[in-house]
Each structure stands twice: as structure tokens, then as C-alpha cells.
Design a protein around this ligand. Structure first.
Ligand code: ADE
Length: 245
């Protein structure tokens, strides 16, 4: 999958592809990042990318021409792709949105800075608006990084086999089960015995039960939305008995 990011701070988003899962996937050629800096498309001597808002008030607004030229250059560089503007006004990112984007070959992410971008850019060039939550960031870069990470994990082959098994837990609409590694006891807290027993079916059942119990306790809204099979209802009842909950 190819991500094109329109940003005044390309170095900020490039670091995402230098580490961990994203770094490996980029190295393997499964992910590609291309950045486009509006400053490179500003034609005046000072390479101006922002200006004062009409009507007055504090802050600066990103200008149409350099940003639009950067978007158009990005559009023309490869196959057609939607332009997604990161803004708190957009649809909230969740697993479903990320899954939809992971099916695309390419997306163009537009990052705003300062007080915003000229409204006409949205009318002329933006296909979708996306938010990562109900708070305001200083710019779209962090949001774009969150979107790329969440989407890339759902692109086939980006996660290794072992990692994608863990991914299944959340894509099943449940929170993850608890995880433990050595040593067996820490400050009097022991690893659950079933995980030490080597019975793979029992482990799988325990993990499923824990995922149900945790989701029920911490995010009942997720469980409500998703529903449960008869078997899962029995597992949850079992978990609640054990936890006196
Ligand atoms: N830009 C600024 N705040 C944002 C947010 N919450 N989500 C997406 N883009 C943003």
C-alpha cells in the first residue's frame, strides 16, 4: 500500500517508517511513503505557505495555491487515490474505517497546520475528512501517523504470522486477553496455571473467556454492539462467577 502525505513537516511522518512493524514492512516493500511539502510548491521568494485570515483574528491559514499544487502533484504521481484531510471535524477513525482504507492501494493524507487550511481547498481537493478523536492537535501529522499505523496493520503481510493472530482478537470485536512472560511469579502475582500446562485447546478457551470478561467489564458498549454466541455467553457467565462480578 502506498501512502502519500502532504505536510510541511515531512521528517515528522517519515520517522514512522523507520521503526518496528512499519519499518520492516517498508523495507519489504509492502508499504510505501511519499511526502509532498507545500513549501516546495510555493512560487514566491519567501516560499510562503500561510497568510493572515480574512476578517482578522489570531493565527495563520494555509494558502490554497501551494497546498493545491502539492496535492495535484501527488495525485498525478501514481494511480488514483482519495485525498483524506485530517481534522477533528471528520469521521472518527475506528477499526471499520481502518479496515476499509486497508483495502485501498493508495491514499493521500493531507495534514493541516496553524489555525487550519483555506476552506476552498476542502471544496476543491478533499474527498474525505477523518478525525482521530475529540481533541485538537497542533497539526494533522500525528493524526496521519495514527491512521497509517492502524491501517497498515490490516494490510495483508504487514504483520507477521504470530502478530496477526493477536490482531484477530480485536478484529473479533473484543478487547485482547491478558499476556504474561517469565518469570512465573512477580511480587506474589502468579501466571495463570492454564498457560503453563501446555493444553493448547484449554489455553485458547481461557484466552477467549478472558477477552469476553475484560470487554464486558471495560467496554460493555463493544459487547452490546457485537453480541455473543451461546457458547460465549456461557464462557462469560463462567468468567463472572470466577471474578464474583
Ligand atoms: N488535526 C488536529 N486535530 C486533529 C484530530 N483530533 N484528528 C485528526 N486531525 C486533527
Amino acid at each position: 500500500m502506498r501512502f502519500d502525505v502532504i505536510t510541511l513537516f515531512p521528517a515528522m511522518v517519515e520517522t514512522l517508517f523507520d521503526h518496528g512493524v512499519m519499518g520492516r514492512a517498508a523495507e519489504q516493500g509492502r508499504l510505501q511513503l511519499v511526502t509532498w511539502n507545500p513549501r516546495d510548491y510555493a512560487v514566491d521568494r519567501h516560499r510562503t505557505v500561510d497568510d493572515r485570515p480574512y476578517g482578522g483574528g489570531p493565527g495563520m491559514v494555509m494558502k490554497v495555491e501551494p497546498v493545491r499544487a502539492a496535492i495535484q502533484a501527488a495525485r498525478a504521481a501514481a494511480q488514483p487515490a482519495p485525498v483524506v484531510y485530517l481534522t477533528p471535524e471528520g469521521r472518527r477513525l475506528d477499526g471499520e474505517v481502518a479496515g476499509g482504507m486497508a483495502g485501498m492501494e493508495r491514499v493521500i493524507l493531507l495534514c493541516g497546520r496553524y489555525e487550519g487550511i483555506d476552506e476552498r481547498l476542502i471544496a476543491l481537493e478533499v474527498d474525505r475528512e477523518l478525525s482521530i478523536g475529540d481533541y485538537v492537535l497542533s497539526g494533522g501529522e500525528l493524526a496521519a501517523m495514527v491512521v497509517m499505523d492502524a491501517v497498515a496493520r490490516l494490510v495483508p503481510g504487514v504483520l507477521g504470522h504470530a502478530e496477526s493472530a493477536a490482531q484477530d482478537a480485536f478484529s473479533a470485536g473484543l478487547l485482547d486477553c491478558p499476556h504474561y512472560t517469565r518469570p512465573e511469579a512477580v511480587a506474589g502475582l502468579e501466571v495463570p496455571a492454564v498457560l503453563l500446562g501446555g493444553d493448547h485447546a484449554a489455553v485458547a478457551r481461557w484466552r477467549h473467556r478472558e477477552a469476553l470478561g475484560r470487554t464486558w467489564r471495560k467496554r460493555p458498549d463493544l459487547l452490546e454492539q457485537r453480541g455473543m454466541s451461546d457458547d460465549e455467553q456461557a464462557l462469560l457467565a463462567d468468567w463472572r462467577r470466577e471474578h464474583n462480578d
